[in-house]
Design a protein around this ligand. Structure first.
Ligand SMILES: [Mg+2]
Ligand SMILES: [Zn+2]
Length: 396
């Protein structure tokens, strides 16, 4: 259940940020691709490698290797080998700013660049390790792992976005300075190009930040989803689903090595009108005759109602249990001195009886409610339960 809450919260966060910042990835492509006039102006400039060399000279960093790669889609600066890779950029007017961007990466603080390089691979490796451990179901403290990965993700995001923002913000100025120095176009043309760069950056910077952020968040969503698929079910699903408590026979209890049953009252033992059927009295007597311990655990605070049932069945009871809290289950277990796996929890509700029993590591038995009629505080949960019950029936 907690994993579903994490997943929904993170998806909500992504949608919220996308809406607030009006992130629209198509918008960026439109500005970058549709300016024939500016493309023509920039065609007059030297080759990409030459532009790159000139800008590096301005930055006092001429040791960098420059390599052109027609196959690559994106330009790249590789910190460990101190190399700029220039991708196939066609003849877009954006190329000067893009090259300036990579040159600026090459003069950033080397410690941060190397940290970013090493950290990114650790961050990715840890992700795969957690995925593998989760798939093989050998991961303790799942919420702890999700929290650790969340912290790792924020560090990843802050380092990456710091480096990118720095290069993106400065690139426009260095591209402009470069154009002014080489004097290939006049002032008016340079102005037009820079204005277009500004437009591009106003969308581009927030989009890049959103992409980095969403990559990190999506990883956590994937982890929570795998955790949910591997462990989440156990909390919601009962070990057995029966139509009536009377189907719990002594043979059934022996097969499942159960020595005690914790029973719900409302709609499990009695109906909406508080009727306790003679069948159930006989059933309880028979099990107790065979040495099975019975105990009533109810969320209700109506002592009179529960006491009546308990006296008739001659079994102890606890009220106001706050199921799915583990507290009541654990208290009974201590009193009975029976290990939790040998205790069966019987109830008609998934969200109280089954989840509480599963959390207490007991054997959970879901039964159909005695009557269709429910108290209003129970009724709203029934449609959800019916979905799960249908799934259980199919699985058999
Ligand atoms: Mg009930
Ligand atoms: Zn970059």
């Amino acid at each position: 259940m907690e994993f579903i809450i994490i997943i929904l919260t993170l998806i909500f966060l992504l949608v919220l940020i996308k809406t607030i910042y009006k992130i629209n990835i198509n918008e960026i492509k439109q500005i970058g691709n549709n300016n024939k006039e500016l493309d023509e102006i920039v065609k007059k400039y030297p080759t990409n490698i030459e532009i790159c060399k000139s800008i590096l000279k301005k930055l006092n960093n001429e040791k960098v290797n420059i390599q052109e790669d027609k196959e690559a889609n994106n330009c790249l600066y590789i910190a460990v080998s101190d190399k700029i890779i220039i991708a196939n950029m066609r003849d877009s007017f954006t190329r000067i700013q893009t090259i300036a961007h990579e040159c600026l990466h090459s003069v950033q603080d080397r410690r941060i660049l190397l940290f970013n390089f090493i950290y990114s691979s650790i961050y990715l490796t840890v992700f795969y390790i957690i995925v593998v451990l989760a798939v093989f179901k050998i991961l303790p403290y799942k919420i702890v792992f999700i929290t650790i990965y969340l912290i790792l993700s924020f560090i990843y995001y802050f380092v990456r976005s710091y480096l990118e923002d720095d290069a993106m913000i400065k690139a426009r100025f260095f591209a402009k300075e470069y154009m002014e120095e080489v004097k290939i176009s006049d002032e008016e043309e340079i102005d037009k190009i820079v204005k277009e760069y500004d437009k591009l950056n106003s969308i581009g910077i927030k989009t890049v930040n959103y992409k980095l952020f969403s990559t990190a968040i999506i990883r956590i969503i994937i982890l929570a989803l795998i955790f949910y698929l591997r462990w989440g079910d156990m909390i919601i699903y009962p070990d057995v689903y029966l139509s009536n408590v009377k189907d719990i026979t002594i043979q059934f209890l022996m097969e499942n090595k159960l020595k005690a049953l914790i029973l719900d009252v409302d709609n499990t033992l009695i109906d909406y009108y508080k009727n306790l059927s003679e069948d159930i009295v006989n059933w309880a007597n028979e099990l107790q005759g065979q040495g099975i311990k019975l105990y009533i655990l109810s969320n209700t605070n109506k002592k009179e109602k529960v006491e009546k049932v308990a006296n008739k069945l001659e079994i102890p009871y606890k009220l106001f249990a706050k199921k799915p809290s583990k507290k009541g289950f654990k208290q009974i277990q201590k009193e009975l001195k029976i290990e939790s796996s040998s205790i069966g929890v019987v109830g008609d509700q998934i969200f109280t009886d089954v989840i509480g029993g599963n959390r207490s590591k007991m054997f959970t038995i879901l039964v159909d409610p005695v009557t269709k009629k429910d108290y209003f505080y129970t009724a709203w949960k029934r449609p959800l339960e019916n979905i799960i019950k249908r799934k259980l029936k199919k699985g058999e």
